[in-house]
Design a binder for this molecule. Structure first.
Ligand SMILES: Cc1ncc(COP(=O)(O)O)c(C=O)c1O
Length: 326
């Protein structure tokens, strides 16, 4: 069943947006700063995915875009916050495929767009602003209906491209880790709409890597994300024609929501420390909304003695640095 699912995964249609594997860096100086009980630390640099300013959304969009093209879409519609990395990546993907992109975003309008909002416009996306995150889905439906009435063929990409196909696109990234020769015991990453974590869990199971995947939440409570990730894994198994076990659904889904602080995008003392420490020890830039909190979680786990010094921990850098310039 694993072999069938793996074959389906590797042949899943995709639009190659970023054709090169991302590097895996060794975090020697960060490890030294965290003391002798710190495990070996590595970082998978998906912030360096060579398209549209990179980040985890590029992997998911490669398979989702193939789905959209197969459906004959001429317009992509998606949603997010005003500084959404996913919206920016979708805007870039649409531009590169000659598709129109409509972004439904919530937030306070900016007189002079910054960060991802600036990039959305640079990539030529049309932006429709709504007041709250609850208004996004109905507005996407309204935009889709409006476009259909004009004779266009819109394709709606749900929040974060965290669909089973998007998550399966992410699972492919695990092959790059194995090819690099690293076999981590633990993978730590930022989680929010669940697609990245579902992809990592499925990828580990399919490529035969027995690693604990720890998602550090940027906003949602753990139980909500765990349910979301479980549903995604069920659908991935169905889509790839594998058993539930083949995509790792029988393993515990670990989400740590202890690093959110006051809320989404609001820095904490720990996230500021993590962002600063990684910049000053490694010359690597994290983002303030997702990866700084995820790194704060990793550092917190090291300090609490939750890893053994003999283990290998891979931090999956999911990008998002445009958020620093928001
Ligand atoms: C930079 C960054 N890291 C991590 C995440 C979380 O990924 P996911 O939504 O797949 O859980 C996101 C998006 O939400 C993101 O933009």
């Amino acid at each position: 069943m694993v072999a069938t699912a793996l074959a389906s995964l590797t042949t899943l249609p995709r639009v190659r947006l970023a054709p090169h594997p991302t590097p895996v860096d060794t975090l020697t100086r960060l490890r030294a700063a965290l003391g002798p009980s710190c495990p070996a630390l590595y970082m998978k640099r998906d912030d360096l995915l060579s398209f549209g300013m990179g980040g985890n959304k590029i992997r998911k969009l490669q398979t989702v875009l193939a789905e959209a093209m197969a459906a004959g879409a001429d317009t992509l519609i998606t949603c997010g916050g005003i500084q959404s990395n996913h919206c920016r990546a979708t805007a870039a993907a649409g531009a590169a495929q000659g598709l129109r992109v409509v972004l439904v975003v919530n937030g306070v309008p900016q007189e002079r767009p910054t960060g991802n909002a600036l990039l959305d416009r640079l990539f030529g996306a049309e932006v429709r602003l709504v007041a709250t995150r609850h208004d996004r889905a109905p507005m996407m439906d309204a935009v889709a209906a409006e476009l259909v009435a004009q004779g266009r063929r819109p394709f709606v990409i749900p929040l974060g491209a965290s669909t089973p196909i998007g998550a399966a696109g992410f699972a492919q990234g695990l092959e790059e880790v194995l090819v690099s020769g690293l076999r981590p015991d633990v993978i730590v990453h930022a989680t929010s709409s669940g697609g990245t974590q579902a992809g990592l869990i499925a990828g580990c199971a399919l490529f035969g890597l027995d690693a604990r995947v720890i998602g550090i939440s940027a906003d949602e409570p753990a139980h909500i994300l765990q349910a979301l990730i479980r549903d995604l894994l069920e659908s991935i198994a169905e889509r790839l024609g594998g058993s539930r076990a083949a995509v790792g659904i029988d393993k515990e889904i670990v989400v740590d929501d202890g690093w959110v602080g006051e809320g989404y995008g609001i820095p904490t003392a720990d996230s500021i420390e993590a962002l600063t420490m990684v910049a000053r020890r490694e010359g690597i830039v994290l983002d303030p909304v997702y990866t700084a909190k995820a790194m704060a979680g990793l550092i917190g786990h090291v300090r609490a003695g939750q890893f053994s010094a003999a283990e290998t921990v891979l931090f999956w850098h999911t990008g998002g640095q445009a958020g620093l310039f928001a």
